[in-house]
Design a protein around this ligand. Structure first.
Ligand SMILES: Cc1cc2nc3c(=O)[nH]c(=O)nc-3n(C[C@H](O)[C@H](O)[C@H](O)COP(=O)(O)OP(=O)(O)OC[C@H]3O[C@@H](n4cnc5c(N)ncnc54)[C@H](O)[C@@H]3O)c2cc1C
Length: 308
């Protein structure tokens, strides 16, 4: 970012009273604890602030990156060239709108964590989002990534979402106009970049004990993942009909290290930061795995994580 743009953005952010930090280490904003320096990270807290930020960036012809809790993002560069908009503090709210005896809608602000939504669901005996168990990250990030598991994906329980476009326009998009696919969302006719600001989750009335019982299957699954370590979850998407973890194991990468990065002994589709891992260590492991999967198995492994 050039000096003039930076000065303009900083004075605009101060004028609109939007929180920001300069020269931040992005390792603090990614769950794998790796990342370079960013000139500017911005923390809008509500729609008004977000629209001011969007207009400011547009007026200064400045690109940007969007992040939630960074649980699926690898920051690969030593210097992040564009401002980062963080949703960590954005609209951390959750409210319930009971439809009838059996159905209920949870309205989650984009910055709300999936774990807090799940806790609310447990306490209030609401079923349908048990698969959130062990998935870190925000509601906004989960919708963008269509997060989930074998059993369910967030796309299955979305009733509608609210977004703000890069033109600063707000839209509510109903489920029928959203196309969710494997770790991906297409919002249809609306073009350009967009910010997810709210998710409406269509869930059902159950009981606390039943919800807790349903969670057991996800607890069991998660026990085979290195949850206490610094990672980004699964690095690669599963190819059709086979698990990426199994392929990585078969081609001999389980436990393989490069610098401070290691292919997890517990789950081969996780790369963990054992301490001091550099972006290049992760990128090199990814490349080596992809090359060997192709040469030995004829399988192309595509990354699930976002690399920016
Ligand atoms: C230990 C561990 C376990 C995991 N297990 C699972 C799992 O079981 N299933 C699964 O699907 N994932 C899993 N993940 C991956 C990750 O948690 C999910 O993809 C999560 O939904 C990402 O949310 P986030 O807020 O961290 O988004 P980020 O990682 O910050 O961002 C992900 C993408 O979403 C975009 N984005 C974020 N917020 C917004 C917004 N408000 N508007 C528009 N775009 C936005 C970003 O630009 C980026 O492209 C796991 C990760 C870890 C570390």
């Amino acid at each position: 970012m050039n000096k003039k743009k930076r000065i303009n953005l900083l004075s605009g952010l101060k004028e609109f009273e939007v929180e920001f930090l300069e020269n931040e280490e992005m390792s603090a904003y990614s769950s794998i604890k790796i990342g370079g320096l960013t000139d500017l990270i911005i923390f809008p807290k509500n729609e008004t602030e977000l629209i001011s930020v969007v207009n400011l960036l547009k007026a200064n012809l400045c690109g940007y990156y969007i992040i939630g809790r960074g649980t699926n993002i690898l920051f690969k560069d030593a210097r992040i060239s564009l401002p980062v908009i963080s949703f960590k503090k954005f609209n951390i709210s959750l409210s319930e709108n009971k439809k009838n005896e059996s159905e209920t809608i949870l309205e989650a602000g984009a910055g709300m964590s999936l774990s807090k939504i799940l806790n609310y669901a447990i306490k209030n005996g609401i079923g349908g989002c048990e698969f959130f168990y062990g998935i870190p990250g925000t509601a906004g990030g989960a919708v963008r990534m269509n997060a989930g598991s074998k059993e369910s994906i967030i796309g299955n329980i979305i009733d509608a979402i609210e977004i703000i476009t890069d033109e600063g326009i707000k839209h509510i998009i109903e489920k029928n106009d959203l196309k969710f696919s494997y770790r991906s969302l297409d919002i249809g006719a609306i073009k350009g970049n967009y910010f997810i600001t709210k998710a409406y989750l269509k869930l059902y009335k159950s009981s606390e004990s039943k919800v807790k019982e349903n969670i057991e299957v996800f607890k069991k699954r998660k026990s085979s993942q290195p949850l206490g370590e610094f990672s980004l979850g699964c690095i690669f998407k599963n190819p059709p009909d086979v698990s990426a973890g199994k392929i990585i194991e078969e081609i001999g990468f389980k436990g393989f290290s490069k610098g401070g990065a290691c292919v997890s002994e517990k789950h081969a589709n996780f790369i963990v930061n054992k301490g001091g891992a550099k972006p290049d260590d992760i990128m090199s492991l990814i490349k080596n795995i992809q090359e060997k999967a192709l040469s030995h198995k004829g399988i192309k492994l595509n990354t699930e994580i976002k690399i920016i």
